[in-house]
Ligand binder design. Structure first.
Ligand code: FAD
Length: 298
């Protein structure tokens, strides 16, 4: 990424707020989890994010909950809400029905994904015989139904099922050409992977924003396990920083906030102005990162 230095946003923004943030949540399963979800939404909404998104459980298992949460977030906070949607195990007619339900509920943003095989992300994806076969097909299907603002997924370390970078970038381009306005990346912990993705995309003529998906490390153990499942690597230096901290939550939290700050500020120095934070329904680390960017509650 080469943004001329005089056009780069400054770390010290003086409250001008040049950064655009979005926050990702997952639909809570229990009453206790729902309480934490709302507490976090209410703490983060005053930061005026561009949108808040709610994920879609594997195989559509959260279909109703995702719709309920996005609708309520929008109604209760006034913040724009985006619903994730996958095409796993569903016919086109079923998926289209969900899109119609989003439209009826006034949801205008969708994060369109292929999804993974029910057996897990490592297993081959087998499309439903009458279903959408890829995210690119899903984007085109959503477009036929209405004027949605669509985001798609991008992978700084390549999707584990892509044989090479040419297939990977062609697929990303296909999704954007089908009608998506931006890509949001998978989590990554070495910014170099993201910078290389930007370069490869720019060379292929991709102009849409590729927004970094930032995963604050609330629990190194949990995030390492998520990362392994989705093909995001954990650099040795990162593992070393958290080594031995499983039983020391205070130091773990301090290291986590230093690591996330370092990652985000390096991206700021490279000229990045949009960030998508994976909150895991917690607000603390994200609130701290927003402050570093000069984004404060209204
Ligand atoms: P696609 O873009 O369709 O591509 C997947 C793979 O298939 C790529 O390797 C691609 O190269 C290959 N491919 C696609 N089309 C073709 C073709 N025609 N021929 C050959 N190869 C092809 N999962 C959930 O279940 N719920 C969520 O809410 C969710 N949210 C996410 C949000 C973000 C920001 C990200 C990055 C991921 C999310 N995921 C979610 C995970 C996602 O579903 C998986 O990563 C899935 O494996 C791929 O989805 P995709 O949309 O990238 O698929």
């Amino acid at each position: 990424m080469n943004v001329p230095s005089d056009q780069r946003p400054s770390r010290n923004t003086g409250g001008r707020q040049p950064f655009e943030l979005s926050f990702e949540f997952f639909p809570p399963k229990t009453d206790v989890m729902e309480e934490r979800f709302w507490e976090s939404v209410h703490k983060l909404a005053p930061l005026n994010p561009r949108f808040v998104s709610v994920t879609y459980g594997a195989g559509g298992s959260t279909r109703e909950r995702t719709l309920r949460m996005v609708s309520q977030v929008k109604a209760e906070t006034g913040v724009d809400a985006a619903a994730h949607l996958t095409c796993v195990g569903a016919s086109k007619a079923d998926v289209d029905q969900v899109v119609h339900a989003y439209k009826t509920a006034g949801i205008t943003r969708i994060v369109a994904l292929r999804g993974d095989a029910p057996e897990g992300p490592g297993k081959p994806f087998v499309p439903h015989p009458e279903g959408y076969r890829s995210a690119a097909e899903l984007v085109a299907g959503i477009r036929r139904i209405g004027e949605f603002d669509i985001s798609v997924a991008a992978y700084p370390e390549k999707h584990p099922q892509s044989p090479d970078w040419d297939v990977e970038i062609d697929n990303l381009k296909r999704k954007l050409d089908a009608g998506a306005s931006r890509a949001i990346t998978q989590m990554f912990f070495d910014n170099q992977h993201y910078f290389e993705l930007l370069e490869r995309s720019a060379k292929t003529g991709i102009r849409a924003p590729i927004v970094p998906g930032i995963q604050p490390i609330h629990s190194f153990r949990q995030i390492s396990s998520f990362a392994a499942k989705c093909g995001a690597s954990i650099p040795d230096w990162l593992a070393e920083r958290f080594d031995g901290l499983d039983d020391d939550p205070e130091t773990h939290a301090l290291v986590a906030s230093a690591v996330a700050a370092e990652q985000v500020l390096e991206l700021v120095d490279a000229g990045i102005t949009q960030f998508h934070f994976l909150t895991l329904n917690r607000s603390n680390l994200v609130l701290a990162l927003a402050r570093l960017l000069g984004v404060r509650p209204d």
